[in-house]
Structure formats: C-alpha cells, structure tokens
Design a protein around this ligand. Structure first.
Ligand code: HSE
Length: 339
C-alpha cells in the first residue's frame, strides 16, 4: 500500500512511530507492507520517492527542523508547488490528511481530501474540520470515485467510537449518545480537582500532546462540538452548522466551583450529547453514581442508548500521539481487509 502523508506534526509523527513499531507484525500477520511514498508539510518542505521513504530518517529530519535534512538520493523529488500538486502527481493508493484542524474554514484539509478523491486515492483523516463541515459532499464524491474516506482518528483517538456506532451497532436504532469527547478539558478538570490551577493544567495538557494547535478550541468547547457534528453525520446522516449547536466550554468554571461540586459529592464534566434531533456541549455536575463521573484525565467515553441493546458504553484514550496514530493504523487495516 503506497501512502502519501499530508502533515507531519504530532499526529503524523505519532503514526510513523506506530508504523515503525508494528512493521514486522503488519507484514507477518496481516500481509501489509505500507510504504510512505511522499510527504507534504505546511512549512517544512516536501519529499517524494517512488521506492518509499525511510521512516527513521523522516522522523530524524523533521526533529532537526525540516525535510531538507532528509538525505538526497536518486529519484527523490522535493519540488512541488503545494500539497495539492503533490497529491495529484504522486502515484499512491491512499492519502493521510493529518494537518491541523481549522473548524471555521475546514481548509486546507478539505481541498486536500477533494484532490485525493479526484485522483482516485482513498483517504484517512484525523482532521475534524472536513468531516464536521462537509461530510455529505465528501462521502458522495468518494462514492462516485469508488474510493473510501475513513475518519476514526477524528474522535476519541484510537478508541473505536466511530466503528462502534457506525458498524458494530448497525441494526440498532441509536436513540441518544452522551459522552466525554475532549481529552484536554477532561484532563484540566481532573487536575484542577487535584489542586492544580487552570493555567498549569492547560500547559500540562499541551506538553502531553492532547491540546489542539490552538487550545482555545478545546477549552471553549468547539473541539467537542466538532466531534458532535461528526457523530451526527456518521450515525444519523445529519449535517448542521457548528454555530447552530448549543456550546459552552470550561473557561467559566473556577477552582471554587469544582471544590463546591466535590463537597456536594459531584464532579464537573464537559458533556457532549447527541440525538437524531441535534446535539450540545455543556459542563455538567454529575453525581458520583453516573459512570461518566469516573472517566478521568485525558480518557474519553461515549454511552449509546439503543433500542435493542439498552446502554452500551465505550471508555478509552481520547488523545495523544500514539493513540491517534493507532486510529490511523486501524483505518489502514480496515481498508487493507477490503482490498
Ligand atoms: N484536542 C483534542 C482533545 C485532541 O483534547 O481531545 C483529540 O481530538
């Protein structure tokens, strides 16, 4: 499987490290030998090699600052106008769109995905913007081009919430789902309960690779809101604009509020709710007998209410470079199984 990688930040590097670690098992157990044939970054250069790029050297060169540190060899091409030019010109089976999310414009990710579809390449993305904003349009275009778009990494990292809701619970009617879908805010709320102040807790979440490039998307609730839109589209085929959701983040919650809740035997959580009618994101004080009250740190959870199964709850890692890298690997394996 020949892969083009667009974006080599935390998620891209995490995926390459996971791929490196799992290369032997993928070959022996899954007969899968993925090859990274090209990389495009926003400001750190381009690389393409039809024989496949060397992963340790890719990681090494990006750690040194940019792809110019990657050793020169015959057949290596560094000259592309932009990522779209690279996607169009490089022969590959699959494009990984791993650039930072822009929830307002969903660009440049949407154009990258569209270029991949136009050149008949499958897409795996960790980028929330295009899926939250253009789900129907992109899925229809992919269907027409006979390629797939997979997006497990967009919500709850490698914890398989999209696969659970879309594939494993297919046949059940999802009546409602309630979840904790932002790792950064859950981590901050947990650390504040442990006595840390807000700024220090946010800094830790950033250092641990949980937060978005612009962390205001996390703390003001917009990252969770984008995930609500992804769930609505993926589970109900419903597409609504981001600003039509009722969204409140955690910036208005003080150490005193958290202490007061604790004294009353309750705990603040940023709760995302979805149903066929719509969704919301709001901080809520949960009683301790609510299972979501015990989901701490960067852990996420989603609880589905369905007609046949009652309540089905999935709890797991919601952010982190290797956790998100695994989500991309899981989608890669799903595509490989279908090939
Ligand atoms: N910033 C996101 C979070 C990353 O904290 O949950 C995973 O989407």
């Amino acid at each position: 499987m020949k892969i083009i990688l667009i974006g080599l930040g935390t998620v891209g590097q995490g995926f390459l490290e996971v791929l490196q670690k799992k290369a032997d098992i993928l070959k022996t157990e899954q007969n899968l030998m993925p090859q990274i044939v090209a990389v495009a970054t926003g400001s750190r250069g381009f690389l393409a090699d039809p024989d496949g790029l060397d992963i340790p050297q890719l990681l090494e060169s990006i750690k040194k600052g940019n792809l110019s540190h990657y050793p020169q060899k015959d057949g290596l091409d560094r000259n592309f106008a932009d990522a779209i030019d690279l996607i169009r010109r490089v022969d590959a089976d699959l494009v990984l769109e791993l650039t930072p999310t822009n929830l307002q414009t969903a660009e440049p990710a949407t154009s990258h995905i569209q270029a991949a579809i136009d050149s008949k390449k499958h897409v795996i993305t960790a980028n929330k913007g295009p899926i939250a904003k253009h789900y129907q349009k992109l899925m229809q275009a992919a269907k027409n081009a006979k390629v797939e778009i997979r997006f497990e990494a967009t919500v709850m990292a490698g914890t398989p919430c999209i696969a659970l809701g879309r594939e494993l619970l297919a046949g059940c009617e999802i009546k409602e789902a309630r979840g904790i879908v932002n790792g950064t805010t859950n981590y901050i709320l947990s650390q504040m309960e442990n006595g840390l102040d807000y700024a220090a807790a946010l800094k830790q979440a950033q250092d641990l690779g949980y937060a978005e490039t612009d962390p205001s998307a996390d703390v003001e609730g917009w990252d969770a809101a984008a995930k609500v839109l992804i769930f609505l589209a993926a589970f109900f085929g419903k597409e609504i604009p981001l600003d039509s959701l009722d969204v409140t983040g955690i910036t208005g919650i003080s150490a005193e509020d958290i202490h007061e809740a604790k004294t009353a035997g309750e705990r603040y959580k940023l709760i995302a709710t979805i149903s066929p009618k719509g969704g919301s994101v709001k901080p809520m004080r949960l009683p301790m007998d609510d299972p979501l009250a015990h989901v701490g740190g960067a852990t996420n959870a989603i609880s589905f209410k369905t007609d046949l199964m009652g309540e089905t709850t999935l709890i797991g890692k919601g952010a982190g470079k290797h956790e998100t890298g695994f989500a991309i690997l899981a989608d890669l394996l799903a595509l490989h199984r279908k090939a």
